[in-house]
Design a protein around this ligand. Structure first.
Ligand code: F6P
Length: 335
């Protein structure tokens, strides 16, 4: 069999480990030929590809980013710029490249595109990828643990400067419309206030939490905010929350936006092994002719689910999440 592999959407640690897992299993275990497709779905439109050999795959496990490059190309999105029928061109190029299947590694946008390509009759297997951990149907996606690890380290570093200056330090983490990174890194990093899009906040409650800490002899606080929280139209959540807290409490407040650092560097061991497992199982689906499916992690089991059940859905934090419940019981404010 000859398979193609592409990476699409935001980059993150673990993509290269997944490419390695798919390709080494395909080549060594199943005797497949593997074609690397550059720059996500753009590479399928332009047939920008390379034949993978064992050599192409060496040194990938601990490398951040994606050696194939990525893009946010959405071939089903109507564009006035060009009247090319992109889905049709992709179908034609898949045939001309002689691909028996295309492995798509990506987040929600990628899963949506993959589902539509599968519905057109192209053999697709997809692997969930995002630091946001907001992909429906899988407990975790690789990239998330690495982003949480980076964010937690950053939060740890804020405690000393907050206590030295008796300030409120507000840190903004990524996550798009979900609060998973803020919740996991906020709890791991000892946040006193954690704001996520899924739980509405009230600035007076936040001020009360911070002033209560002051009364108990803790004249500083750590506030972790997800980028997707409501901010009255202000662009940066951290800037808005820091200003509101300083106004509400009179305590000096400063903000940090962690940004793209959360998507850089080497994957954690957890993400490396999750990537390896998901990549290997993706190749197993191909070898057994199970197409139109996304690889999933349920508990410690790797499984898969139909793409049409995944596409277009978001997995968000719920109030009964155990970290939220335990945090509240310890006096951590969720706004
Ligand atoms: O989906 C991953 C992510 O990093 C989000 O957390 C963030 O909101 C978005 O990508 C940023 O998109 P871009 O890389 O296009 O700036």
């Amino acid at each position: 069999m000859r398979i193609g592999i592409l990476t699409s959407g935001g980059d993150c640690p673990g993509i290269n480990a997944t490419i390695r897992g798919v390709c080494k299993t395909a080549i060594n275990h199943y005797g497949m030929e593997v074609i690397g497709i550059h720059s996500g779905f753009q590479g399928l439109l332009t047939k920008d590809v390379e034949l993978f050999t064992e050599k192409s795959l060496s040194g990938l496990l601990n490398q951040g980013g994606t050696m194939l490059g990525t893009s946010r190309e959405k071939p089903f999105k109507k564009s006035v710029a060009s009247d090319v029928n992109k889905p049709e061109l992709i179908g034609q190029n898949v045939k001309e490249l002689g691909l028996d299947c295309v492995v798509c590694i990506g987040g929600n946008g990628t899963q949506k595109t993959a589902s539509k390509l599968a519905a057109m009759g192209i053999n697709i297997v997809s692997v969930p990828k995002t630091i946001d951990n907001d992909i429906w149907g899988t407990d975790f996606s690789f990239g998330f643990d690495s982003a949480v690890s980076i964010a937690t380290d950053a939060i740890d570093r804020l405690h000393s400067t907050a206590s030295s200056h008796k300030r409120v330090m507000v840190i903004e983490v990524m996550g798009h419309k979900a609060g998973w990174i803020a919740l996991y890194s906020g709890m791991a990093g000892g946040g006193d206030v954690i704001l996520i899009p899924e739980i509405p906040y009230n600035i007076h409650n936040i001020g009360e939490t911070i002033l209560n800490r002051l009364k108990k002899g803790k004249p500083y606080s750590i506030v972790v905010v997800a980028e997707g929280i409501q901010t009255n139209g202000r662009k940066r959540a951290a800037e808005y929350i820091a200003q509101e807290i300083e106004y509400e409490t009179g305590i000096e407040s400063r903000e940090t936006v962690l940004g793209y650092i959360q998507r850089g560097g080497s994957p954690t061991p957890f993400d490396r092994n999750l990537s390896t497992r998901m990549g290997g199982h993706a190749t197993e689906l191909i070898a057994t002719g199970q197409f139109g499916r996304m690889i999933t992690l349920k508990g410690d089991e790797i499984s898969s689910a139909p793409l049409e059940e995944i596409a277009g859905k978001l997995k968000l934090v719920t109030e009964d999440n155990d970290l939220v419940v335990q945090g509240r019981r310890m006096g951590i404010s969720f706004g």
